[in-house]
Design a protein around this ligand. Structure first.
Ligand SMILES: *[C@@H]1O[C@H](CO)[C@@H](O)[C@H](O)[C@H]1NC(C)=O
Ligand SMILES: *[C@@H]1O[C@H](CO)[C@@H](O)[C@H](O)[C@H]1NC(C)=O
Ligand SMILES: *[C@@H]1O[C@H](CO)[C@@H](O)[C@H](O)[C@H]1NC(C)=O
Ligand SMILES: *[C@@H]1O[C@H](CO)[C@@H](O)[C@H](O)[C@H]1NC(C)=O
Ligand SMILES: *[C@@H]1O[C@H](CO)[C@@H](O)[C@H](O)[C@H]1NC(C)=O
Length: 283
C-alpha cells in the first residue's frame, strides 16, 4: 500500500529468482519473522545484518549502473522503511531460550535498539537520508496471546519490553536527527492504531477487533490457517474486511491499508517526524 501511494510498482523480494530486478524503483529486503538480533529465529529468517549486507551489494551495483553521482542522488532520495523488533520480544516466551530470561528489559531492549542504530548509521554512511519506522505493535494483546492465556488477557510478561522499546525508538530517531546532517524520519504509530481498533472496532468500520479471521482455538489465536501445524480443521471467516486481524498475529489488508492511508497524510505524532507523503516528497 505504501508503494501504491508513492506511485511505485510493487517491489518483489530481493532474492526472488527469475526476474529482472529494477533496482532504481526500490528493493525489498524484508524477511518474515526476522528480528533485529541474529538470535531471532536464527536459521529460519534473513536477519537484519544480512539484509544490510544485501543493501551494500545493491548500493555497489547502483554505483556501477548509474555512476557515483547518480547512485548518490538515488540513495539519498530513497526512503528506507523498517518494521523490525517485535519478533525479538515474542520469541523468547514461545520457545525455551536463554534470552531474555537472563536479560532485564533495559538490557534486552538496549541490544535491539543498539543493533537497529548500527544498521541505520551504516545506511546513512552509504548515502541514505530518509527513514521510516513502524513502532512496535501491541504484540502482547494479539489473538496469539488469547490462545495461550484466554479470557481476553494480554501476555503481560512481554509488556515491559514492548513499553520500553516504544519509548526508546522515538528517542533514538530524535537523537539521530540531531547527530546526522540531513537525516529525516517518519515514526509510524502502529501500536496506538491497532490498540484502538482492537478495543473499539466499530468506531473504525470493523466488526471484530480481538478474534482473527482465520485460525483455530480461542479467538483463532492458533496459527493453523491453511492447515498448518498439523491442525487440519480451522475456521475461515466469510468477510475478511470485517476483521482487524487476519490470523493470530497479522492485521488484515484492510487494517494495513487504513494504516498506510493515515500514515501517508496524517499529522505526525512526534516532533521532528514527517508523514510518509512529506518523507517521500522531501529532498
Ligand atoms: C553480494 O556481492 C558479492 C560480491 O559482488 C557476491 O559474491 C554475492 O553473491 C552478492 N550477494 C547477493 C545476495 O547478492
Ligand atoms: C522447555 O522447557 C520446559 C520446562 O523446562 C520443558 O518441559 C520442555 O521440554 C522444553 N522444551 C523444549 C523444546 O526444549
Ligand atoms: C547486537 O546484538 C548482539 C546480539 O545479537 C549483541 O551481542 C550486540 O552487542 C548488539 N549490538 C549493539 C550495538 O547493541
Ligand atoms: C464485507 O465487509 C465490509 C466492511 O464491513 C463491507 O463494506 C462489505 O460490503 C462486505 N462485503 C460483503 C460481500 O458482504
Ligand atoms: C485508502 O485510501 C484510498 C485512496 O484515497 C481509498 O481508495 C481506500 O479506500 C482507503 N482505504 C481504507 C481501508 O480506508
Amino acid at each position: 500500500y505504501t508503494a501504491e501511494r508513492a506511485k511505485l510498482p510493487l517491489i518483489p523480494p530481493y532474492l526472488q529468482p527469475g526476474i529482472d530486478h529494477q533496482l532504481t524503483y526500490g528493493v525489498n529486503f524484508a524477511s518474515a519473522g526476522a528480528g533485529a538480533l541474529l538470535e531471532t529465529r536464527q536459521g529460519l529468517v534473513i536477519d537484519l545484518q544480512t539484509q544490510l549486507g544485501y543493501f551494500k551489494n545493491v548500493s555497489r551495483q547502483l554505483r556501477k549502473q548509474l555512476g557515483d553521482a547518480g547512485a548518490e542522488s538515488l540513495l539519498s532520495r530513497a526512503v528506507y522503511l523498517f518494521s523490525v523488533g517485535g519478533n525479538g520480544y515474542t520469541l523468547p516466551f514461545e520457545i525455551n531460550s536463554t534470552v531474555p530470561h537472563s536479560y532485564s528489559p533495559e538490557q534486552f531492549v538496549g541490544l535491539v535498539i543498539g543493533n537497529i542504530t548500527t544498521v541505520v548509521k551504516e545506511i546513512y554512511e552509504n548515502g541514505g537520508r530518509k527513514f521510516g519506522f513502524v513502532n512496535l505493535l501491541p504484540i502482547s494483546c494479539f489473538p496469539s496471546a488469547e490462545a495461550l492465556l484466554g479470557g481476553g488477557r494480554c501476555f503481560e510478561q512481554i509488556t515491559p519490553y514492548v513499553k520500553l522499546h516504544k519509548k526508546e525508538l522515538p528517542k533514538l530517531l530524535q537523537k539521530l536527527q540531531s547527530e546526522l546532517k540531513g537525516f529525516k524520519y517518519s515514526l509510524l504509530p502502529f501500536y496506538s492504531f491497532l490498540d484502538q481498533r482492537i478495543n473499539h472496532p466499530s468506531k473504525y468500520g470493523f466488526k471484530e477487533g480481538k478474534a482473527a479471521c482465520c485460525g483455530s482455538g480461542l479467538y483463532r489465536g492458533i496459527r493453523s490457517c491453511g492447515g498448518k501445524k498439523g491442525v487440519k480443521e480451522y475456521y475461515l471467516c466469510k468477510n475478511v474486511s470485517e476483521y482487524v486481524f487476519f490470523d493470530s498475529s497479522h492485521p488484515t489488508e484492510r487494517a494495513n491499508q487504513q494504516f498506510v492511508n493515515q500514515s501517508w497524510n496524517g499529522k505526525p505524532t512526534l516532533s521532528g517526524s514527517h508523514n510518509l507523503k512529506a518523507l517521500f516528497e522531501s529532498y
